[in-house]
Ligand binder design. Structure first.
Ligand code: MSP
Length: 534
């Protein structure tokens, strides 16, 4: 199909895992979703076309059993949780997803049937039998060697869920995954950035090097899934159904123009627990279908509780909303990405969150913004003066900004090193604080000579201009706070909307026009209330 040049520009397409709706979202789910939101907002701020996808995984035995236990149909269960819990949380956390896919939607189930039919027609799927230990929590057959001992000799536990596995014996359809081992290894070697971080890549390489088994892709003992078009007694294995959400939402088989723009995906964000599905099974399925492979699979570490992955059965008792009620949504978005290097495990601590809120957000950043606005108000009647007496100290601030922008753009935009990128921005905030401490504008203000007033004007312009850039850099991470700062600097009148500022120009010194009306807006990070009893 012919498309105009505009339509074929490829978009930066980022996905989260689609989450199981057997329960409400917890801190761990929010962690990946916020990371994807910051990544896509960063690329939007670069002026790129972006597409951010999240959604829910609604088929399979786990969901079916949960619905049964609650006395409703699986569809009713999913509808309720999606509308009452999942979508509202993403809205609350200011997640700017472009689409929300549910695997029970017909736009998805139709595409899934076409996809597997195609693989079947190509001889990639055959009928066989399988028996082995199955973990419903993982929705995955396990290898006997990886199981943990249970209470008695004949009980074995899943190493992830620590719950007894079930012995399954079924006639299944199989995907010829074993044939793809060598091709996958070749692909990993040719695309060293495909899997990140390095620890995740190594794990996958070792796994594939051992040789792959064919994958059972259907189930016939229950019916909550997508029926196989050529044998409706079977439903498709939930993971094969789920992985295809990334294609469905990109317009595969339905909207060729959109598909050309979005596929292959730029980044699949995944927790490290589901890395193999995304870095082994998914690329093999795409190879079998003759489709291009995603550019990157990036695994985040786990939020831990008591040394274990935080999960439904093992929560802190703290919901994301409990934290946002106390710290605010923007501080929440900030904290987890700042405190835990992306890719490694980390624990949440109320004390650490409080300490970072107070020292980094309230003191270093919030106070800087309010002090500068207060001084422009007091000494220049809220009208930003021009910097007529700039010297080396001001030059150093401008250079500090250029370094911060370069580092943050590389770390956040390319390397997904959110902690490193945020640190670079906050280094700059610290530098501006140091600049004010050295320049002592409150003392310079007492010098009423023309030279004294010119210095005062220059110092305050420099600080306000630094804040202008900080607002742009923090917009992807803390959009509400950044907007408040943009308003308080009166920046929109001269520069337009905050969303329209680009990373490419953010370090151009002197963008905020003299004469902008600077007002002391509301406090960006108010003093915290007493810690609530949770
Ligand atoms: N439905 C599958 C994914 C299918 S994707 C085609 C699934 N869902 S899940 O609800 O279990 O969510 C998995 C994802 O949630 C993890 O991969 C991770 O991104 C996020 N997290 C869930 N618990 C987490 C932590 N404790 N810590 C960090 N991330 C966590 O697997």
């Amino acid at each position: 199909m012919a498309a105009s040049a505009d339509n074929t520009t490829s978009a930066y397409y980022v996905t989260t895992p689609i989450y199981y709706v057997n329960d409400r979202p917890h801190l761990g789910h929010a962690y990946t979703t916020v990371a994807g939101d910051v990544l896509t907002r960063w690329h939007r701020q670069r002026g790129e076309q972006v597409w951010y996808l999240t959604g829910t995984d609604e088929h399979g035995q786990k969901i079916m059993r949960t619905a049964d236990a609650n006395g409703v149909t699986p569809q009713e269960w999913c509808d309720k949780l999606v509308e009452d819990a999942w979508k509202p949380l993403w809205q609350h956390l200011n997640i700017a997803n472009d689409d929300f896919i549910r695997t029970t939607e017909q736009r998805h189930t139709d595409r899934v049937q076409e996809f597997v039919q195609d693989l079947h027609d190509k001889g990639e799927i055959y009928k066989g039998g399988y028996e082995g230990p199955y973990c419903v929590g993982c929705e995955e057959y396990k290898l006997p060697a990886e199981l943990l001992p249970g209470a008695t000799d004949d009980v074995k536990l899943c190493p992830v869920h620590k719950k007894p596995v079930e012995w399954l014996e079924e006639e299944n359809y199989f995907f010829r995954l074993s044939a793809y081992g060598p091709k996958l290894l070749e692909f990993y070697a040719a695309n060293p950035d495909f899997i990140a971080p390095a620890s995740a890549r190594n794990e996958v390489l070792r796994f594939v090097e051992q040789g792959l088994q064919d994958l059972s892709i259907s189930r016939s003992t229950f019916d909550w899934g997508v029926p196989l078009p050529w044998d409706e007694k079977h439903v498709l294995y939930v993971w094969v159904d789920a992985l295809q959400n990334y294609l469905t939402a990109a317009g595969y088989g339905a909207d060729p123009e959109r598909f050309a723009r979005l596929w292959p995906a730029s980044v699949h964000l995944v927790g490290k627990d589901i890395l193999r599905f995304h870095a082994v099974i998914w690329p093999a399925m795409l190879m079998a279908a003759g489709l291009p492979l995603p550019k990157r699979v990036v695994a985040n570490g786990w939020l831990m509780v008591g040394g274990e992955k935080m999960s439904k059965s093992n929560l802190t008792g703290i919901a994301p909303q409990d934290l946002t009620a106390h710290f605010g949504v923007d501080a929440y978005r900030y904290y987890f990405l700042r405190a835990i290097p992306f890719g490694t495990d980390g624990s949440f601590s109320w004390e650490d969150f409080t300490a970072r809120y107070t020292s980094e957000l309230a003191n270093d950043f919030g106070n800087l913004a309010s002090r500068v606005a207060a001084m422009v108000g007091k000494y220049f009647d809220r009208s930003l003066p021009a910097a007529t007496a700039a010297g080396e100290a001001e030059q150093a601030v401008a250079e500090g900004l250029a370094t911060a922008v370069q580092t943050a753009d590389r770390k956040i935009g390319e390397e997904l090193d959110f902690a490193g990128g945020i640190a670079a921005i906050f280094e700059f905030v610290k530098q501006v604080n140091g600049y004010l401490t050295e320049q002592e504008p409150w003392k310079v203000a007492k010098d009423e000579s023309e030279a004294g007033q010119a210095r005062l004007a220059t110092i305050l312009y420099t600080a306000a201009e630094a804040l202008r850039a900080t607002a742009v850099l923090l917009n992807p991470l803390m959009p509400v706070t950044a907007e408040k700062l943009w308003d308080s600097l009166g920046a929109e009148a001269g520069l337009g909307a905050l969303a329209d500022q680009t990373i490419a120009t953010v370090a151009d010194w002197g963008r905020l026009p003299a004469g902008s009306t600077v007002t002391k807006g509301e406090i960006l990070f108010p003093r915290l209330e007493e810690k609530p009893a949770v």
